[in-house]
Design a binder for this molecule. Sequence first.
Ligand code: DX5
Ligand code: ZN
Length: 219
Amino acid sequence: MSNSVIAPSILAADFARLADSAAAVEGSADWLHVDVMDYHFVPNLTIGLPVVQSLRKATTLPFDCHLMIADPARWAPQYAEAGAYNVTFHAEAATDPAAIAKDLRAAGSRAGLAIDRDTPVEGYLDLLPHFDLLLIMTIKAGFGGQAFIPELLDKVRAARRHVDTGHLELRIEVDGGVAEDTIAACAEAGADTFVAGTAVFGAEDPAAAVRRLRALASG
Ligand code: DX5
Ligand code: ZN
């Protein structure tokens, strides 16, 4: 399997000190996970394009933008243009996910497809050749700090089987409640990319927390 990617989520960081939070995990984390919420697709409101544009200049970490927004066809490519390494949008919000993936790649980023808690993954497996990443939520999207739902790892197992038998070049990411007590189960189920908010920025030493998570993910 490919190397683990650890992507701390700045949703759990101090929003008045985002650059400092990014700096705290530069050198230990692989990507910085940026949760964009629009108060429509999810009931929470976080950050948008201007913050991503400013933060892009403040760190060298690649951005893993997770768009929990309505109408990703309209907005997602702008995050690619802002310099995101990967832009993930929700399957539930998209009418033509493959077309958005194509636009994202044309705009210079990788394309990710996210599957929320209540969405079965099976209907999307045939679309995966258009994507670089599949995000399986391990909570209901919308808020940090929720309890991990182990049953959702069945979707990770199904996706891993499909990716391996089809020889697809695709990362499988988990997001929600990923922490020291849950990350090994995620890796075992077939995830290779791990988002962690509270487990990293809620820790006294975020860089040390990333290193511990990476060790646990590698078994
Ligand atoms: C929630 C976000 C997550 C969130 C995870 O909808 O997508 O990325 O930051 O937070 P933790 O790791 O605290 O569950
Ligand atoms: Zn997220």
